[in-house]
Design a binder for this molecule. Structure first.
Ligand code: TRP
Length: 327
């Protein structure tokens, strides 16, 4: 039995990095496994900022999941805070984790650098909540970007730790990190991941960007010195643009390199911008239809939360009884 679990935070707008790094694989995986569950992790979102429009963002992310091809006949989608078992299991897992192992998490170290005393306890505890998300559903496979690998490994360590003590409480999950899906980098800085939290909107292509904005952003994207359009270690910017081109068009890098041999950066960028527009337009119109009926979308999310309840309850009841909580 293979069960996939993954999630995205409802902060800012979704962008091509989210699609190529996550949603694209989800849509492929949902056809290959027994069950897939895709969560909108709003409790993770509040570890860094409390956005007054969080509920709108949650609905937007849900609508984008569906617009990008998450299929409700194969997959379940739901909002993390609508299932109380996540925070309950997170508390229990807290008591089996050490300050040392959480303090070693790269994402925490980066996000808290220079302000350790000022970041929230939630930011520190974030990986435990993520472990709870995964272990609650006895997920076998967790598709994530490579920046989340360490967190999935913590979930594995905790599963093994509790299984050693209590036997058979958790399925030990595997991270799925596809190396053909490169981590998509910022358009303005190809050394860093494309991020909705970036300081400039020229960092990313949002799902909702208009054709005009896409053309502008791609034309301003950083390039490498020289003129070759190739994937190579000393060409981080072109590598990133080619990865984007390949990821959305389904064409392999080699054939793109051949086609664009001798072509100038300007013309390559024009072709890339048109490819992105072609790719996003049908998704944008589906998104508009879905978001126009918020009541229907809310119903989908309520049904989703109800449909995962039995799995979550079963795991939590098992864990509590093995530990001896309650009577
Ligand atoms: N931390 C993940 C990220 O930022 C999101 C996430 C939360 C997640 N819970 C999860 C991903 C469980 C996979 C499984 O990308």
């Amino acid at each position: 039995m293979k069960r996939v679990f993954s999630g995205i935070q409802p902060t800012g707008t979704l962008h091509l990095g989210n699609y190529l790094g996550a949603i694209k694989q989800w849509v492929e995986l949902q056809n290959k496994v027994d069950e897939s569950i895709f969560c909108i992790v709003d409790l993770h979102a509040i570890t860094v900022s409390r956005d007054p429009k969080l509920s709108d963002q949650i609905l937007n992310v849900a609508a984008w999941y569906l617009a990008c091809g998450v299929d409700l006949s194969k997959s379940k989608i739901f909002v993390q805070s609508m299932r109380p078992e996540h925070t309950e299991l997170a508390w229990i897992l807290n008591c089996f984790s050490t300050m040392g192992e959480l303090g070693r998490m790269t994402q925490y170290k980066e996000k808290s650098e220079g302000k350790r005393d000022a970041v929230s306890v939630g930011l520190f505890d974030y990986p435990i909540l993520m472990a709870a998300d995964i272990l609650l559903y006895q997920a076998t496979d967790v598709p994530v970007g490579d920046d989340q690998k360490q967190h999935v490994e913590l979930a594995r360590d905790l599963a093994i730790r509790l299984n050693n003590k209590y036997q058979g409480v958790f399925t030990v999950p595997e991270p799925i990190i596809r190396d053909d899906v490169q981590r998509i980098k910022g358009l303005d800085d190809p050394e860093k991941k494309m991020a909705k939290s970036a300081s400039s909107e020229y960092n990313y292509i949002a799902f909702s960007d208009s054709a005009e904005i896409i053309r502008k952003k791609i034309s301003r994207a950083v390039t490498d010195s020289g003129s070759e359009i190739v994937v190579r270690d000393d060409k981080p910017a072109m590598t990133n643009l080619l990865n984007i081109f390949s990821g959305i068009s389904g064409r392999n890098i080699k054939s793109l390199e051949t086609d664009f041999r001798g072509v100038g950066y300007g013309d390559f960028k024009k072709a890339l911008a048109e490819e992105i527009i072609l790719f996003l337009e049908p998704k944008q119109s589906r998104f508009k239809e879905i978001i126009a009926d918020k009541d229907k979308l809310r119903k989908i999310l309520i049904n989703g939360a109800e449909s995962v309840e039995p799995i979550a309850q079963k795991t939590l009841a098992k864990v509590k009884s093995k530990i001896g909580l309650g009577i």
